[in-house]
Design a protein around this ligand. Structure first.
Ligand code: IPE
Ligand code: IPE
Ligand code: MG
Length: 244
């Protein structure tokens, strides 16, 4: 069972793991006559708010898609602005995460990020080792296919060195993914109006419930999250079986 009873709201089911594609920042800014980067700035602030809310309502894991392996295609000024904002976010997280009891993990090819960001990620990993609790996973330079390929490569290497069981199971393979040890997302939310997966968590969302909304990420409030969770509660998760 991958959902748990919430301690905060009288026996209501809360998804144990929520994943969100942070989409719509650019359009949010454009509608206000602002540069796209202004949308990224507000979107980044919104992440902090939603993450703390998830923690408070009893979600165990929040995984967000912040920068994909495909997003490097964007104009270099926009990419630079996003990297700067990520740096700012990580700096602030380093100062507050222990107080906020928020662990953090980065999914993606960290070696492809600017050196300053790599150092900040290493620091957040270090801090996260000190306590247990709510965990935010931030997908940076992340692609679902790239994740599966790197997992296959690492498994092959371990196998050649006699360090891996030659009997490859789904469970064993999952250990080679960035999400190793973390249950699959129960609820996957995409704000911003697009109804596609854009190379996010291809392996992990095999049985996730999808929720799409036209609300743009900078406008995605805690009320919107409550709405998504309410819809999730109405879903009948059968995992290929039949209802009891
Ligand atoms: C999501 O917002 C943030 C990133 C992909 C980095 P977008 O920048 O994709 O916003 P839209 O889709 O253009 O509105
Ligand atoms: C998905 O959004 C990636 C992130 C939010 C990081 P995109 O804006 O890049 O996706 P597409 O281009 O609409 O598929
Ligand atoms: Mg987009």
């Amino acid at each position: 069972m991958s959902v748990k009873m919430n301690h905060h709201t009288a026996g209501e089911i809360v998804p144990r793991h929520i994943a969100i594609i942070l989409d719509g920042n650019g359009r949010w800014a454009k509608r206000r006559g602002l540069p796209r980067t202004a949308g990224h700035a507000v979107g980044s602030e919104n992440f902090r708010k939603i993450a703390l809310y998830c923690r408070d309502i009893g979600v165990d894991y929040l995984t967000v898609y912040a920068f994909s392996t495909e997003n490097w295609k964007r104009p270099s000024d926009e990419v630079k602005a996003i990297m700067r904002l990520l740096g700012k976010y990580l700096h602030e997280a380093i100062d507050t995460m222990e107080r906020d009891k928020m662990k953090m993990r980065v999914f993606g090819d960290v070696t492809g990020l600017p050196k300053e960001l790599q150092d900040l990620v290493a620091q957040t990993n270090e801090i996260s080792k000190r306590y247990e609790g709510f965990q935010a996973n931030i997908c940076l330079n992340y692609g679902g296919r790239a994740e599966i390929v790197q997992a296959a490569q690492r498994y092959a290497r371990d196998l050649a060195e006699g360090k891996a069981d030659p009997e490859l199971t789904e469970e064993l393979f999952s250990d080679y993914l960035y999400s190793s040890g973390i249950p699959d997302p129960d609820l996957l939310i995409r704000p911003g109006g697009e109804q596609r997966i854009s190379n996010f968590l291809l392996w992990q969302c095999a049985y996730s419930e999808f929720y799409f909304t036209d609300v743009l990420w900078p406008d995605f409030s805690t009320d919107e999250l409550d709405k998504a969770i309410a819809v999730f509660r109405q879903r009948d998760r059968r995992y290929g079986g039949v209802k009891a």
